[in-house]
Design a protein around this ligand. Structure first.
Ligand code: S3P
Length: 175
């Protein structure tokens, strides 16, 4: 694989971007970045605090700025993005210009299993919602976001996407 490959994982909250991204980076010997964590570091406060204190628009602008900054790094890495990141400010075009986007296409049922109350409450989009409301919110978000996610260069579907599968798809992409 190209030694300055920038692999960018996109998909809904709960699709496993961070977990898979970390393992993938470890296996390839690449650096790993989590967009939300980079934003938290820059801002010195949590994602819910950013939403509450400055609103979603500010968060989305920060996402774009941090994506731009990360994509300028001149070495190979894996970046896990937040679920909304590809869907604002033409970020998907930017990501595709500099990186290899991978859409983790996981079913709503599986997302729901992963977004336990505790996990949902960490995310401003789902805070305070019960399971039925989370399901509806996931369906609404996915309907809006699919058009962006589907611009990814690679799409992996399934509820149990393995790093081995991801690596073999990346290998055929580079072949
Ligand atoms: C968001 C998803 C979150 C985080 C923020 C907004 C979204 O990331 O960026 O809470 O709009 O879907 P995860 O996809 O890691 O949950």
């Amino acid at each position: 694989m190209n030694n300055s490959a920038k692999i960018v994982l996109v998909g809904m909250p709960g699709s496993g971007k961070s977990t898979l991204g970390k393992t993938l980076a470890g296996q390839l010997g690449f650096d790993f970045y989590d967009l939300d964590e980079e934003i938290v570091k820059e801002e010195g406060r949590s994602i819910p605090a950013i939403f509450m204190e400055n609103g979603e628009g500010y968060f989305r602008r920060t996402e774009t700025r941090v994506i731009e900054k990360l994509l300028q790094i001149d070495s190979a890495f894996v970046l896990s993005t937040g679920g909304g990141a590809p869907c604002f400010n033409d970020n998907m075009t930017l990501i595709n210009r500099h990186g290899i986007s991978v859409f983790l296409n996981v079913s709503i049922e599986q997302l729901l299993l992963r977004l336990t109350k505790n996990e949902a409450d960490k995310r401003p989009m789902f805070q305070g919602l019960d399971t039925g409301e989370i399901r509806l919110k996931l369906q609404d978000l996915l309907a809006d976001r699919e058009v962006y996610y589907e611009q990814s260069k690679i799409m992996l579907s399934g509820d149990d996407i393995s790093t081995e599968h991801l690596i073999s798809e990346l290998m055929s992409f580079f072949r």
